[in-house]
Design a protein around this ligand. Sequence first.
Ligand SMILES: C[S@@+](CC[C@H](N)C(=O)[O-])C[C@H]1O[C@@H](n2cnc3c(N)ncnc32)[C@H](O)[C@@H]1O
Length: 217
Amino acid sequence: MFDSIAPRYDLMNAVMTFGQHQSMRRSAARIAQPPRNGLALDLATGTGDFAIALQEVEPTCRVVGVDFAVEMMRLGQTKYNGQVQFTAGDMLKLPMPDNIFDCTVNGFVLRNVADVRTAFTEMYRVLKPGGRAVSLEITSPRTPIWKDIFGIYFDHMMPRIGGWLSGNPDAYRYLPQSVHDFLAPEAVVDLMRAVGFHDVYFRRWALGSMAIYVGIK
Ligand SMILES: C[S@@+](CC[C@H](N)C(=O)[O-])C[C@H]1O[C@@H](n2cnc3c(N)ncnc32)[C@H](O)[C@@H]1O
């Protein structure tokens, strides 16, 4: 699905978030604290925007982006040639050894994976002790009135705009459905603790439509 929408993926992100998506990734990348001369991993990197946010926060840090949608990464390579090391792989079975990354990030993927617990287990495995995992994901706002306004946009308008712009209506009908079907933020942090992360927390961003999850190995 992601390979088929790859040419319009960045444009759709800009439209859907009213241009805010890059600044959210940058804020999350700062929270990941990539160290000087360190090694960072962006899981499900897609077109590499989260990976490059890590690079911008700490230009001496080497950033690896992994995804199994090769067309998405091909576009990322064109945008960020040489700045991100793109690698094909499944984030549920990372092609990397244990204890090598100073931090991991991932954006807008947790609700897409077949097994969220395995995703966190893999992040934990490849992180060095003391390393930080940061995840960013869309979530449903809970504030009365705002949640209804957001619902009209996200559930009804956005799938039409996305279908029209991307030429793949199914992909943008799937997006709100995947958010509704996903775990509540409280359950996500429970899973992170269950696989071994400590100092785990989540915060709601963007008027409650995004959640950032943080944990330390
Ligand atoms: C919504 S895009 C997010 C891309 C990028 N993280 C961003 O911030 O724009 C979701 C990405 O997750 C990737 N993905 C989903 N499941 C995956 C898995 N098991 N392993 C690797 N990549 C995966 C898809 O191929 C797609 O590129």
